[in-house]
Design a protein around this ligand. Sequence first.
Ligand code: ADP
Ligand code: MG
Length: 235
Amino acid sequence: MKEEIILAKGLTKIYHRGSEEIHALKEVSFAVAKGEFVAIVGPSGSGKTTLLNLLGCLDTPSQGSLRLDGTEVSGLKEKDLVKLRRKNIGFVFQQFYLLPTLTVRENIELPLLFNKRNSYQSKIDEVIELVGLSARAGHLPSQLSGGEMQRVAIGRALVNEPKIILADEPTGNLDSATSLKIFDLFQNLNSQGLTLIIVTHNVEIAKLAHRVIHLRDGEIAQEASSVGLSRKIRR
Ligand SMILES: Nc1ncnc2c1ncn2[C@@H]1O[C@H](COP(=O)(O)OP(=O)(O)O)[C@@H](O)[C@H]1O
Ligand SMILES: [Mg+2]
């Protein structure tokens, strides 16, 4: 077995809405190996975003344990969680969440400002090139297409050199041709060793993953690792 970068055991999340308890995740357990590309699929409300938020340390589980690259997450103080998140995780969302008054370059630079890294100009150039935006570096988000905006968001997720990218329906707002181009980019990043976990409704995209995790009512329904495998055999 390859080295595990994520190890989730019995992850459970209960939300409270008034007197109502919502069991969004019920004892979800799985492991992700370093360099793996995992797709998470499932109907709306099945707990996909909740799971991604737990994996990304944006939220804490009600029960269960989570190890990220060997570090047990549960019980960490907020300060240490933030550090762990910055070091390991890059997030990409369906809504790109770019700052409208900052250029492409400045949006990508943003996470570095919090990380007190020196001599990072060349890092920004490298990332802009990697996501294919060299000709757009000085543009504002309003001057970009949807696909270009998502490239900026991906660049911003990459600039701190995370080990894991978590993406929540990253092509949900894009047309199918643009979606495939974004997935080319994700696959390219994955082939360079980045671990990828992507929530998606797009069947074509789920097929590109090494493994698909199906969520249903907060539980893992079925895993179909053969999907990616059969694709490799076909080629
Ligand atoms: N902050 C929250 N407070 C209360 N209930 C929530 C909250 N976030 C999600 N839920 C509920 O948890 C369940 C799973 O939601 P979510 O993880 O967003 O599913 P998905 O991303 O698969 O659509 C849903 O029933 C949703 O209404
Ligand atoms: Mg969701």
